[in-house]
Write a protein that binds this ligand. Structure first.
Ligand code: BGC
Length: 771
């Protein structure tokens, strides 16, 4: 854990420059706009330790897999969103010496990420080895409204001299991924070009031929400058020399256009990038900054959470909401949310079940409907690949196993215990369809896309389960549940539960589509050769006779067969020096222990909460929570929601703080690798579903708010069936303010409440509702 950032409601602030924190800060201060993103690398030269990182959404490289022992069914490659050319660079020379914060003396360094406005800035005074002192103010943003444009303003003021400054804006294609499997570079550089005032670079990914063009343009606030330009095989640059007087501020603006073959014809890439850079220059930094601020204002209007009386918690949740919104904007069904977004190389920018299980609840309640719909369509478009993936493993008849990790629908992961066994992911993908429909009411999604996915997934489960003569039940053997600290286990309760739910819901979905659109229904069935009577009868038989491990003495479901054979220990009894256990114990020891990496049985209780009464939930929580080490960032949020549901407010609050400031306070000592973007949606769930008690049942929005005693109040927005409602919870009251055009009806503590457009309703808080 490391706490060096100042607490502030809207900004992340680092005061004082410490090179040891540079990589961590590069992750934390990252910027994105849904189409591209970058770590907070410095514009000027930096010779200290740094992870240069700049990423273009959807542009990836299939890096050949490196494994010890190959197993049939392993993927050939791991797809990686690549580190792409560095376009933010501006080398700065002060009287002939390069400005480099690793080599000069720095005073008054402040780095700020303004989350309200979507901008990153830095200010500092630097004294160079030649004795010259300058003040620097650098600001940059990736435009949300013009996602192919980036803007940098770099201002230098000589403080103790009148002399020569030089700015060298450049674009550098000679970049690599730190995690490259064979130390290979992933790009071919096709063109570089430069002339005074401009520069271009066109690159191509090896193997797949994605192309990306970069163009730069710039402006300076003095006519008194000399310009030259140069380019070589990998880099294009200009050099702008200025004579600056003492205390005169020289403002250098760099405008960048970035276009990719995902969105443009190859022949037009360079000209489009040039147009973007020129258009950025013409509109200008100040005007585009205003547009950026307005754009973020709209996002915040729909997704902000305000917490009064706890600045650390406030900053934490806004940081999470900010990062999610700059990672995924929801207008392109080819894109998804990688666990590290645009902030690092780990997980390769690929898609995991995290999207469906965590991010979708967030986007459903804070963004327009099409945002979640596009995430669902992403999986629909991968259905054929998921069927092929299942075929590779021996499944037949249109059964689909979605990959654990993917970018284009093909499996990328190559650990057998996860690739072949962590099959619960199929359940999350099916459940997300149901979640979307119950939230939006868009049942038509089933006939258009959803039904085919649900049937293919149900077909998979029907083949994956087998009849056990011994148990006289159906069983699912050799799996890994969400708790990856157990592999190759039998009858993971969560997985079996998901399997049954998927088959049951697929059967329901068939009926819905049959009634809604009989001709489309027939067409789907024919297209996939669905044998209705036979297949649905099999599903029903498996569902009725599925085995769920249960311990009679404890009166709880067991995470898997044989869980109680393990030596039972509590996480609190582990010496602090052995935590996290994945950094201190052998894998063998972890597997044999009873310690749970992340919510597993409790994940199922969370998803299917309505099936359990409060006592049952409590018994499960009290058993599993003490054994959970939360070594996945996806874990604490589920426990927060259940703890809040059980009236365990202190537990809920402690776990909430851990999730919301996981990266800001670097709980797991790994923030230098990038941020935990997908688990940030879990932080949102902690507040809205945990403390706010938000649920959707029978087509209605339900709220059951409680409030941590540490907070004066908190407020969140929720969009339900097109109506935006603001919910403010204080220690005494709940106020529901309608931002909707229509009258909205919801349930608060199970009582019906109606709010007229633009009006509000105030109710008393029942702080011990669940106690
Ligand atoms: C978790 C998985 C998750 C992955 C990516 C792993 O540590 O155990 O559940 O999908 O990280 O976030």
């Amino acid at each position: 854990m490391r706490q060096y950032l100042k607490h502030d409601e809207w900004r992340i602030i680092e005061e004082g420059f410490n090179p040891d924190y540079q990589r961590a800060s590069e992750s934390i201060f990252s910027l994105g706009n849904g189409k591209m993103g970058q770590r907070a690398n410095f514009e000027e030269t930096y010779s200290g330790s740094t992870l240069q990182g700049s990423y273009i959404a959807g542009v990836y490289y299939p890096d050949k897999t490196r494994v010890g022992w190959w197993k049939n069914g392993y993927p050939e490659y791991f797809a990686k969103v690549l580190n792409s050319p560095n376009y933010i660079g501006i080398n700065v020379e002060i009287e002939g010496e390069q400005l480099d914060l690793f080599k000069c003396k720095t005073e008054g360094f402040v780095r700020t990420l303004d989350m309200q406005k979507g901008i990153l800035s830095r200010e500092f005074k630097a004294t160079l080895n030649n004795g010259k002192q300058v003040k620097v103010d650098a600001t940059r943003f990736l435009s949300m409204s013009e996602p192919e444009c980036a803007f940098i303003r770099y201002a230098v003021t000589p403080l103790n001299f009148t002399g020569q400054l030089a700015f060298e804006p450049y674009i550098d294609g000679d970049v690599e991924n730190e995690d490259s499997n064979y130390d290979e570079k992933f790009w071919n550089i096709l063109t570089t070009n430069s002339k005074n005032g401009e520069g271009e670079l066109l690159v191509q990914t090896k193997k797949l031929d994605f192309r990306v063009a970069y163009a730069m343009n710039w402006d300076i606030n003095t006519r008194n400058h000399k310009v030259s330009s140069s380019h070589n095989a990998a880099r294009t640059s200009n050099r702008v020399e200025v004579k600056a007087s003492e205390n005169e501020t020289i403002i250098f603006d760099k405008f960048i256009g970035v276009t990719s073959s995902l969105n443009h014809q190859n022949e037009q890439l360079i000209s489009k990038a040039q147009q973007r850079a020129l258009q950025a220059k013409t509109v200008g930094f100040d005007k585009m900054l205003k547009i950026q601020i307005n754009h973020w204002a709209t996002i915040w209007e729909h997704s902000d959470i305000k917490i009064e009386g706890d600045v650390a918690a406030q900053q934490g949740i806004r940081f999470n909401i900010f990062q999610l919104n700059q990672t995924y904007t929801g207008d392109d069904e080819r894109l998804n949310v990688g666990p590290k977004g645009f902030t690092g190389e780990k997980y390769g920018g690929t898609t995991y079940w995290d999207t469906e299980a965590y991010c979708i609840p967030f986007f459903l309640a804070t963004a327009p409907q099409h945002v979640t719909r596009n995430l669902l369509v992403y999986r629909y478009k991968h259905l054929q690949k998921a069927i092929e993936n299942a075929e590779k493993l021996g499944f037949t008849g249109g059964a689909a196993l979605y990959p654990m990790v993917t970018i284009n629908g093909e499996e990328c992961h190559n650990e057998w215990e996860i690739t072949f066994e962590e099959i619960h992911r199929n359940g999350a993908i099916a459940f997300a369809i149901y979640n979307y429909i119950r939230h939006t009411g868009d049942e038509k999604y089933l006939e258009e896309y959803g039904l085919e996915v649900l049937i293919a997934i149900a077909r998979f489960w029907a083949q994956r389960a087998n009849w056990s003569g011994e148990k006289q039940k159906y069983v699912i053997l050799g799996v890994t549940g969400p708790n990856e600290y157990e592999n190759n286990i039998n009858n993971n309760w969560y997985t079996n539960k998901m399997a049954v739910w998927c088959m049951t819901y697929a059967a329901k979905a068939l009926k819905i589509v049959e009634t809604m659109n009989p001709s489309r229904y027939q067409a789907i069935l024919e297209n996939i050769n669905f044998k209705y009577a036979e297949e649905t009868a099999k599903w029903a038989e498996i569902c009725e006779q599925m085995h769920f491990p249960f311990n009679k003495n404890l009166n709880i479901f067991m995470q898997q067969d044989g869980f109680m054979d393990k030596e039972q220990m509590m996480a609190d009894d582990l010496p602090a020096s052995t935590r996290p256990i994945n950094q201190h114990w052998s894998w063998d020891r972890i597997l044999r222990s009873c310690f749970i990496k992340q919510a597993d049985t409790l994940q199922g209780i969370y998803v299917f909460e309505d099936e359990f009464d409060t006592d049952t939930i409590r018994r499960h929580f009290d058993f599993y929570e003490p054994r959970t080490v939360h070594e996945s960032s996806l874990s604490p949020c589920v426990h927060v929601v259940l703890a809040a549901r059980l009236g365990k407010q202190d537990k809920a609050y402690d776990l909430y703080l851990r999730t919301s400031r996981l990266d800001l306070d670097d709980y797991n000592n790994e923030v230098h690798e990038g941020l935990h973007i997908t688990s940030m949606a879990g932080t949102w769930m902690s507040i809205v579903e945990g403390f706010g008690g938000k649920r959707v049942k029978d087509g209605k929005l339900h709220l059951n708010p409680i409030i941590p005693q540490q907070w004066k109040s908190y407020a969140f927005m929720v969009v339900f069936r097109g109506n935006y409602l603001e919910v403010k919870v204080s220690q005494d009251n709940i106020e529901i303010i309608s931002h909707a055009k229509n009258e909205a009806t919801l349930m608060v503590y199970n009582e019906k409440v109606t709010v007229k457009p633009s009006e509000s309703v105030t109710l008393s808080l029942k702080p011990t509702y669940y106690a």
